[in-house]
Design a protein around this ligand. Structure first.
Ligand SMILES: [Zn+2]
Length: 225
């Protein structure tokens, strides 16, 4: 079952994952689909550039070696209450990453069982999650000016105005960074499904349905245009 779902997700275009990432962002709701896509593409371009640059700097170092080199600690995620939705990994400033290793290993195992491990090109799910978090560390050091820019106008009165960042853009950047840094051919947002599946098959089914719904909505809008 998971294999068929994954095949469908692997066939979705990149702009779909932009919409997926930004759909729940409170600030991006003020933007049109075209604007969201433009900002997401900007975040992707910036993150891909950072990944290329870092690959040259850290020549052949693994993600774990880079984290250790910068004194970034990696801890096991504290156990969650049953049924509670937990992140797969998180970065806490200034230099801590918490990761749910058991979940990452379960996801790795699932991909191997479903003959889908080839998409990782020899990397592990854990390495991919750590690469994602490494990007958040670079972002915290001010290396992602576009992604952290205050893009959204909240209000404007005469010469005064208030603008906000779009937090979900940093997730788009982190996924793009992980993809480019590890030379993967798929959008890492796809792993949300098997990672959720390890947590709860029911939640994974609901996530899959939500993804398909969103895809139908986006496709519908494209036909209207
Ligand atoms: Zn993240």
């Amino acid at each position: 079952m998971l294999e068929e779902m994954m095949e469908v997700l692997l066939g979705l275009p990149r702009y779909f994952w932009n919409a997926y990432a930004l759909q729940n962002d409170p600030y991006s709701r003020r933007l049109s689909h075209a604007q969201r896509n433009r900002f997401a593409q900007g975040a992707r371009q910036e993150a891909a550039g950072i990944a290329r640059c870092k690959k040259e700097i850290y020549h052949k170092m693994t993600v774990s070696e880079i984290l250790a080199f910068h004194g970034i600690s990696v801890w096991e995620m504290p156990p969650a209450e049953w049924g509670q939705k937990v992140p797969f990994a998180i970065f806490e400033e200034p230099s801590l990453i918490c990761i749910d290793r058991r979940n990452a290993e379960c996801c790795q195992h699932l991909l191997e069982q479903s003959a889908l491990a080839y998409i990782l090109k020899g990397h592990s799910v854990e390495e991919l999650l750590l690469a994602h978090e490494l990007y958040h560390w670079f972002a915290s050091k001010g290396e992602t000016p576009f992604t952290r820019k205050n893009h959204v106008l909240l209000w404007k009165i005469g010469p005064f105005e208030s603008r906000s960042q779009i937090p979900a853009l940093e997730e788009v950047g982190a996924m793009t960074f992980a993809q480019e840094f590890l030379d993967l051919g798929f959008d890492p947002f796809i792993l949300d499904l098997p990672l959720t599946y390890c947590h709860s098959t029911e939640l994974a089914q609901r996530l899959y349905d939500r993804i398909l719904n969103l895809w139908q909505t986006i496709e519908g809008e494209q036909h209207v245009r």
